[in-house]
Write a new protein. Structure first.
Length: 132
C-alpha cells in the first residue's frame, strides 16, 4: 500500500495545495480541525522526525513558520498550534513526516492538554539519561 501523502504528491489523489517548492509542499488538511488547518511535508518520503535529514527538517520548519504567519493574518486567527506526531504511541496515523498548522480561534473546541507528572519523576536522573 502506498503512502497517502506520496499519492497526493504524485497527483494520484487530489488535494488543495497551498504551497510548493523543490523540497516541500503544503496542503489543506481534509479534516479542517479549524478553518485553515494545513499540513506541511517533505516531497521525499521520511516516516518521522527520526528519519528526516536535519537540513530538510529546518527548511520544513521555515516554511511552516511562513505559512503560519500568513494563515493567522489572512484568516483572522488569534494564534496557532504547530504539531507533529512521531510513532504510534504519539498518535502518528500517516507514516510520512508532516507538521500540522492549526489556526486557533475563540471557542474553537480544540483542547491540547498535558498532565503535571513532575512529582513522579526524578529530574536529575532524567537529565543524566538524556545526555548519554
Amino acid at each position: 500500500m502506498s503512502c497517502v501523502f506520496c499519492l497526493i504528491k504524485n497527483g494520484e489523489i487530489s488535494s488543495r495545495k497551498v504551497y510548493e517548492d523543490d523540497k516541500v509542499f503544503a496542503i489543506l488538511d481534509i479534516s479542517q480541525a479549524t478553518k485553515g488547518h494545513t499540513l506541511v511535508m517533505p516531497k521525499e518520503h521520511y516516516e518521522s522526525i527520526f528519519d528526516i535529514p536535519t537540513d530538510l527538517y529546518l527548511h520544513l520548519q521555515s516554511v511552516a513558520q511562513m505559512l503560519a504567519k500568513k494563515i493567522v493574518k489572512n484568516l483572522g486567527a488569534l494564534g496557532c498550534n504547530i504539531l507533529n506526531n512521531n510513532g504510534d504511541a504519539a498518535g502518528q496515523v500517516v507514516k510520512h513526516f508532516h507538521l500540522h498548522i492549526i489556526p486557533r480561534y475563540e471557542n474553537d473546541d480544540i483542547t491540547i492538554e498535558s498532565v503535571d507528572h513532575s512529582k513522579d519523576y526524578d529530574k536529575d536522573e532524567i537529565f543524566k539519561e538524556v545526555l548519554k
